[in-house]
Design a protein around this ligand. Structure first.
Ligand SMILES: O=C(O)CCC(=O)C(=O)O
Length: 294
């Protein structure tokens, strides 16, 4: 189902939309899994709030949803990712992004690379939704930015040169301005530590015309695949009459290795802890934690 043209587009641009590749059955399973996780937050559920807008982000939702696991292991998504990069792929991690109906909060321009303890060129993200998501609300990417060979710093976390007290005060001030995190018991974006040796993501939002930005109108059944190192956002503030539910799954091909990052944001999967992984180890050394799914 992946054409040579799709492959060319993916490798050149860093992202591609595959139209109508998911059967109705899988859209239903996806919707039910996302609703189940949304309705029962766990310790890894975090709500980012900006005035009247908010976004719920859950880390590893498939770990507690049989339906989402089924989707990852048995839908066609893993196979399409594998076809896209011409090699078997492993399931690395997943996240849920839900924006309630109304004016949607922006997902700021960022690069995922530094959020995780992995590195490698075969990192592919699959983004799916059971909802119609017009371009203004769906993903946009900076075309070709996966080839810039820069790892940018995450948008969250404490600069280690700032004391914890100052950081708390900064968070308090942000809260007074309506911007804060309602975090779960076992994970908070704000608990991260920043690796300030990494450059900041350019101010793309205020300089859109300086960047080659592409995006897609998304319909249920479609699949957006984008490169793990691409700069992306879901930014153009817009209003929807229904929630925008999304599942983003990270897949890893053979050249992906574990890399302990100074400024890691997203914790490793719990199942990896007993292995005490070291920088440089291939994910294939942890077969049962990162199974081949495509
Ligand atoms: O769906 C969104 O708003 C953000 C998704 C995202 O940043 C990602 O999948 O990495």
């Amino acid at each position: 189902m992946v054409s040579e043209e799709d492959r060319k587009t993916f490798h050149r641009d860093g992202g591609v939309l595959l139209k109508n590749v998911l059967e109705e059955k899988w859209i239903k399973i996806l919707a039910a899994g996302l609703d189940e996780c949304f309705n029962e937050p766990d310790g890894m559920s975090s709500e980012l709030v900006m005035n009247d807008m908010q976004i719920r982000v859950d880390q590893y939702p498939a770990a507690r949803s049989k339906g989402l696991r089924d989707f990852i292991y048995n839908s066609i998504v893993g196979d399409l990712v594998a076809e896209m990069i011409n090699t078997p792929v492993r399931f690395y991690m997943d996240q849920m992004f839900v924006k309630p109906a109304g004016e949607l909060m922006a997902t700021a321009w960022h690069q995922d690379t530094c959020y995780y303890n992995v590195e490698g060129n075969d990192l592919i993200r699959a983004w799916v939704s059971p909802d119609s998501v017009p371009r203004e609300a769906s993903l946009e990417i900076v075309r070709g930015s996966h080839k810039w060979n820069v790892t940018y710093r995450p948008l969250v976390g404490r600069d280690p040169s700032i004391s914890e007290e100052t950081y708390k005060n900064n968070l308090k001030k942000a809260r007074e301005n309506g911007f804060y995190e309602r975090a779960g018991d076992s994970f908070a974006y704000n608990d991260a530590l920043l690796d300030t040796a990494l450059p900041e993501v350019p101010d793309i939002g205020n300089n859109r015309e300086s960047f080659d930005i592409i995006g897609w109108d998304y319909e249920p059944g479609d699949l957006i695949l984008f490169h793990g190192n691409i700069i992306h956002a879901a930014c153009n503030e817009t209003t929807l009459t229904y929630p925008r539910r999304a599942h983003a799954i990270m897949f890893a091909g053979p050249n992906v290795r574990y890399k302990k990052r100074l400024g890691q944001v997203i914790p490793d999967p719990k199942a990896l802890d007993p292995y005490k992984p070291e920088t440089g180890q291939f994910l294939s050394e942890f077969e049962d934690v990162f199974p081949i799914v495509g």
